[in-house]
Design a protein around this ligand. Structure first.
Ligand code: HEC
Length: 510
């Protein structure tokens, strides 16, 4: 009898330890959904909500292929080429964890063990904007075709102001697929609500909004105060893309603008121009072609960001600066997608010396292999502003270089920017979402903290000895724990700004 019990225990023991190792249930992957997916997949966003087990599992049918093809999370720039602020990316470990979960039947397990889902405020920028411009109530006119409507909104500014930050807030996010934000310095443009306003025709493009876009904030504290000058009397022009089938639905999109107070000194202008253009495209049906444009910089600049632009026959873009054999990579997009364009800013500005040439090349696939080809069968495509024409129209944002610019940590300045955190009524660190996963961990430990700051992450063994320490300015950190021996550890995260600490136990098992 005794012996039988022993055998039974052994069997149960084997069975359950097997379970722990191989079976992934919802609570194991929930933190990954919360950090990598729900910023765009929550109530009233463009993507279907995935805040709970049932909402997530309802989207599982397409999830596997979306993850495997890189369709989700959508982040066109190649991170092996250059990195940007506010990236929507997922690590291989995280991706594999979700794929594992899906392959094992997307099991719920005990869903009450999943951490609480994040909460999303209506506005991402703190404080009160200096100016709110609204499109007014608009009924989508996108029936059988996608509609592009351009709203011209006067600022009524009576003097020049320097823009510090702005945020696009769609009234009806699920139907707003993108917004191109132009400034019309003369203030003479009018709205074009025909649904075929392909060319926003402002004086310059300030940025793009796509679902999940972070608000645009220019560094506003030492060592870098910068912004874009908005001239008195300017209009803002918002070109909004409403996808087909949304006709009859109502939207009212707003842009919330924050300026430097009048009289602020030491603000460096950020110049926004489109120096890279090519209007010679002529791509015969069933052919592929590469077109380029280049520009020689008249002065040494600190490149703040880049925003390449093309339409639907384009499938890849590469931009770099060079002189002789010296090359400075700017951006590479291996699978250009018209729906996911953006203006991307660098974690550290790139110094591009005077005399360097910026070269962009766009690859066009006007064959049936290009699933985004607007024509079936393919037709000849020429340059033009309609979405069935092609464009090569790459914008840049830069400052005139000053010594020391290349060492400024723009990412950290933005992470610590009071406009982007909860401000005076900041939640204590213990009350913001923080996820440390997986736990137990084997070779990699992921840490996500939903409050932007600089953090010191320390790992202590149970006798209190410091085993590992790192400083991060990112809300995501992955620690390689391969070389730390198995066992129980204490992980401590210290917010360098407020000195608050959180402490958690973790288990490493290799
Ligand atoms: C930057 C915003 C954003 C992020 C981040 C994001 N999604 Fe999406 N997702 C969308 C949008 C928008 C759609 C609606 C369809 C479209 O426009 O492509 C969508 C659609 C989907 C769909 C529906 C099927 C489809 O392809 O249309 C699935 C499944 C999906 N996303 C999974 C994920 C997963 C899993 C993650 C996290 C690993 C994720 N998404 C992260 C924006 C995002």
């Amino acid at each position: 009898m005794k012996k039988n019990y022993l055998v039974l225990f052994l069997i149960i023991g084997l069975f359950s330890s097997n379970n722990i190792k191989s079976q992934t249930v919802y609570k194991d992957v929930a933190p990954i959904f919360y950090s990598r997916c729900t910023p765009c997949h929550h109530e009233n966003q463009h993507g279907p909500p995935m805040m709970t087990y049932s909402e997530t599992v309802a989207n599982s049918a397409l999830m596997l292929s979306d993850l495997q093809t890189g369709h989700m999370p959508p982040w066109p720039p190649d991170t092996l080429y250059t990195r940007f602020n506010h990236e929507h990316i997922i690590s291989t470990t995280e991706k594999n964890a979700i794929i594992n979960w899906l392959n094992q039947g997307a099991l719920p397990g005990d869903t009450t063990l999943a951490p609480a889902p994040p909460t999303y405020p209506q506005y991402q920028l703190n404080g009160t904007p200096d100016l709110i411009l609204k499109t007014g109530t608009f009924t989508s006119n996108a029936a059988a075709n996608d509609a592009y409507d351009c709203f011209s909104i006067p600022t009524n500014l009576t003097q020049n102001r320097i823009l510090r930050a702005f945020e696009i807030v769609p009234g009806n996010a699920p139907i707003v697929h993108h917004v191109v934000i132009d400034v019309d310095t003369l203030g003479t443009g009018t709205s074009d609500l025909s649904g075929t306003c392909y060319n926003n025709s402002g004086s310059f493009t300030l940025g793009f909004y796509v679902p999940g876009s972070a608000p645009t904030v220019y560094p506003g504290q030492a060592p870098l105060k910068a912004g874009v000058v908005i001239k008195a009397g300017s209009n803002f022009r918002l070109q909004i893309h409403y996808p087909r089938g949304t006709a009859g639905q109502i939207d009212s999109t707003q842009i919330r603008l924050y300026f430097y107070p009048i009289g602020t000194t030491g603000v460096r202008p950020i110049y926004t121009t489109v120096p890279l253009q090519n209007w010679t495209m002529n791509i015969a049906a069933n052919t592929t072609a590469t077109y380029t444009a280049n520009y020689v910089l008249p002065a040494t600049v600190s490149l703040f960001g880049t925003g390449p632009h093309s339409h639907k026959v384009c499938t890849a873009i590469k931009e770099f600066a060079f002189l002789g054999t010296d090359t400075i990579p700017l951006i590479r997009i291996n699978k250009w997608d018209f729906n996911w364009q953006g203006f991307y800013s660098y974690p550290k500005m790139l110094k591009i010396p005077s005399g360097y040439k910026i070269l962009t090349s766009h690859f066009f696939d006007n064959t049936v292999n290009n699933l985004n080809n607007p024509f079936s069968p393919p037709q000849n495509i020429t340059a033009g502003t309609s979405t069935t024409n092609e464009m090569l129209f790459d914008g840049v944002q830069y400052l005139i270089y000053q010594p020391g610019d290349d060492t400024i940590n723009v990412a950290s300045l933005l992470n610590n920017d009071p406009l982007l955190t909860v401000g005076v009524n900041e939640l204590p660190l213990t009350e913001v979402q923080s996820y440390i996963y997986p736990n137990p961990a084997n070779d990699l430990l992921n840490i996500y903290i939903s409050k932007k700051s600089d953090y010191t992450i320390s790992i202590y063994n149970i006798t209190g000895q410091l085993i590992y320490k790192t400083l991060t300015t990112d809300d995501f950190t992955t620690i390689d724990t391969k070389n730390i021996s198995e066992g129980l550890y204490i992980i401590q995260i210290t917010d360098s700004k407020s000195n608050e600490k959180i402490t958690k136990k973790i288990v490493l098992s290799h």
